[in-house]
Design a protein around this ligand. Sequence first.
Ligand code: ADP
Length: 507
Amino acid sequence: AETRVHEPAPQHPVRPSLFIVHITPEMAPVAKVGGLADVVFGLGQELAIRGNHVEIVLPKYDSMRYDRIYDLHEVYRDLWVPWYEAAIHCTVYFGFVHGRKCFFIEPHSQDDFFNRGSIYGFPDDVLRYAFFSRAALEFLWQAGKHPDIIHCHDWQTAFVPVLLYEIYQRLGMAHPRVCLTIHNFSHQGLIGAELLRATGLHHPERYFDRHRLGDDRYPDVLNPLKGGVVYANFVTTVSPRYAYETKDCGQAFGLEPALHAHQVKYGGVVNGIDYDVWNPELDSQIPVRYRLDTIDDKYGNKRALRQRLMLADNEKPIVAFIGRLDPQKGLELVRHAIFYTLERGGQFVLLGSSPDPGINADFWGLKRMLNDSPDCHIEIGFDDDLAHLIYAGADMMLVPSRFEPCGLTQLIALHYGTIPIVRAIGGLADTVFDKDHSTRPLHERNGYVFADYDQPGIESALGRAIRCYYDYPEHFRELMRNAMQADYSWNHPGQDYLNIYDYIRDE
Ligand code: ADP
């Protein structure tokens, strides 16, 4: 028999580090409107921790939180970005945002694209971000940066892969591959032919083609988000279920045919949450910190929440809702759940606000109606401190959305051992598994889920949760442990995105 004296040690292939550039309209906390800002912040950090070189390119808005940018300074003075028949002169700044390396592009022109006091909401928004997309690529090219991966986000920068493959590839930028993440399908950046004139794409017949940027619903309209789907090397949205719902269940606002045509490069990755911010063990915004093996300390926060909101101190479970008061969030069901919870012997806490005065007025009416109840508190407004206390102090968190691409409230609640009660759609269906009806193993079940958007639907899940709380406290405790043990940090999504990057690099 053969004997080997020196068996070579198994070689673990060291994964090569990648140079990744995010081109994005938002990043928390300096320029944040919605969830995409948190994704860029959280994912950027996770990719860097894993040994990759990550840079983030943003517009230099006048409305940014400059107090959160460290060592902001000019790095590039002579960036001329082609625009219509001429070019716009730009300055590029560099600064750190909580350790993330960020470049900020400032154009100097009468348009004052990014000095408008707020991030969105202007008639020329589509042209503003077409300009930013062009400027970001022009910057990479002139600065001699050749990232392995360019990651762009939503309609605002979906135009980047179009410009890369139609213009910059021919100029010598043949290396980068592009990943596009769609956080929201409801805005697609529709525009007419001026997009082509502004960005230097000639041959309108080429781009109005339905296989490129031609919109499927409106003739003679260009759709930059569709362009991103067509040209990017990979397209993601923020949960696998939502990827399916957008492609196959008519929820993509007209992009369904494009998603079908490009389905081999389309998928969903559930967002992570930032466990430095949302962590009952470290949270400085709650009075009593706790972890899995001191889970009883959670009830110190329940008492504090009751004191703060002047709720009765009794044996009842607290059911909470935190969110924008938007029809997307299932407001009829939230309203119904308040009365149902009170009737079933629970307490209810709501924290939310809406830009729509009609919706706010409805909830103010509800607040007045329930003002005398010692078991209900409705807080209309945005209050981060109170949100932390509710996540820590409540027993259950309700998320009955009509649609939900990913959803963060249920992920935060899980980490605080607060049991989510959710509708089985989008990211909710991918992250919450019903205690009684899931196909998952027992230790992965972490909440209550219902399917139909109606009163019997929500009653079935909420009723079961409240019954379990009263009648089987040990089972409820088990659910809390399962919830706290699940890992919804950026760890898994970070690996998923790296796998996608590897896949498109090897194509
Ligand atoms: P969406 O992005 O649709 O608003 P998500 O569930 O993805 O919903 O994210 C909502 C985030 O905003 C969560 O972190 C939630 O805690 C927070 N939030 C929403 N409304 C409020 C509010 N009124 N006060 C404090 N935090 C809020």
